[in-house]
Design a protein around this ligand. Structure first.
Ligand code: NDP
Ligand code: OXD
Length: 310
């Protein structure tokens, strides 16, 4: 069985993981190893050039090496007759949960203020809001959002809500669903965590109108995709104090351009798209399960719904 690896990330750990979890498979690197297009059985991919994935006539599935498939779905020539499988991996969820917990606690414990005060040599105490009463809201209550919500509950946050397309029944988490309930969700949310996919329905969702619905002094944590936010509107809300601070991991253009205003704002915290990274060993184990399902005539888990776009 022949696997083709298409990614700019180093292949070394993937080779090791394929050797371990798919001992009968050979992994070829696109642009480096010689393989005829017709001999490719499965494709492992992250951010491929557009038009490329349609050139492997016998490929049986495409495995996206991350959770978000927005970059993949921008390809107008994407093959639609084979499953496109996205990564749903407990290790990826754990990484995102750590990122979310870190920033929720950072803001909850006023670390954004103490960082600034240290630079000024200023000793000033701020009383944290009662954790049980702090209203955290998660935009996108899917695999990653639910995992983060549960961890926050374990940490003592009791006022947690999530917003999704379809309603959820999750003990201890208030579920808001659909566009009609977005404003009610935002109005009760003091710390907003964005974990939505980038689709035509979610692009620019956080804009002047929606940000204005958040309570004054709310915090924004975005680890979904940069396109969810209208940057200028967020900058204005952060400048006026309507939003107290933001922790941004993802951006409309990555790397974030040097002249972007976000770099200059002391209430904007920037991480370079590292909220959660893919681990080749755990991902390859899941890919092996997916291949096994296909070879047995079944559909693998987590096939992307091309109409929904995630
Ligand atoms: P899921 O598909 O499991 O969850 C997506 C959630 O968003 C679901 O709850 C879905 O609702 C909801 N949603 C989608 N569209 C809408 C809409 N129009 N209105 C309301 N809710 C909507 O994805 P994951 O949790 O696995 O991943 C989420 C995103 O996180 C990825 O797409 C990716 O962009 C980002 N990500 C970022 C990383 C980083 O390092 N920064 C790492 C990994 C992922 P419903 O449940 O009803 O379908
Ligand atoms: C992902 C990502 O979608 O790393 O997995 O952004």
């Amino acid at each position: 069985m022949n696997l083709l690896y298409i990614s700019s990330s180093p292949v070394k750990s993937w080779l090791k993981a394929v050797h371990r979890f798919l001992p009968d498979a050979d992994l070829f690197v696109w642009g480096q190893d010689d393989i005829k297009a017709g001999d490719v059985d499965y494709i492992l991919v992250w951010n491929p050039p557009h038009g490329l994935l349609n050139t492997f006539p016998n490929a049986k599935a495409i495995f996206n090496l991350g959770a978000g498939v927005d970059a993949l779905l921008e390809d107008q020539n994407l093959p639609r007759h084979i499953p496109i499988v996205r990564l749903v991996d407990p290790q990826l969820s754990a990484g995102m949960t750590e990122h979310v917990m870190y920033w929720v606690l950072h803001f909850q414990r006023h670390m954004h203020l103490y960082g600034r005060q240290k630079a000024q040599g200023k000793w000033l105490q701020h009383t944290p809001t009662n954790t049980q009463k702090r209203a955290v809201g998660i935009l996108g209550l899917g695999e990653l959002g639910q995992n983060a919500a549960h961890a926050l509950m374990m940490m003592g946050f009791e006022d947690i809500a999530g917003w999704s397309r379809t309603r959820k029944e999750l003990p201890g988490i208030e579920s808001f669903a659909g566009d009609d309930e977005l404003d009610d969700f935002l109005a009760r949310t003091e710390i907003l965590v964005c974990l939505l996919p980038n689709t035509t329905a979610t692009q620019g969702l956080l804009n002047a109108k929606t940000l204005a619905v958040l309570p004054k002094g709310a915090f924004v944590i975005n680890a979904g995709r940069g396109d969810l936010i209208q940057d200028d509107d967020l900058i204005e809300a952060l400048t006026s104090g309507a939003i107290e601070a933001a922790a941004l991991d993802v951006f409309r253009v990555e790397p974030l351009p040097q002249d972007h205003v976000f770099w200059t704002m002391d209430n904007v915290f920037i991480t370079p798209h590292v909220a959660s990274l893919t681990y080749p060993s755990s991902a390859t184990k899941l890919i092996a399960d997916g291949i096994d399902a296909i070879e047995n005539g079944e559909l693998p888990d987590h096939v992307v719904d091309l109409d929904k776009g995630y």
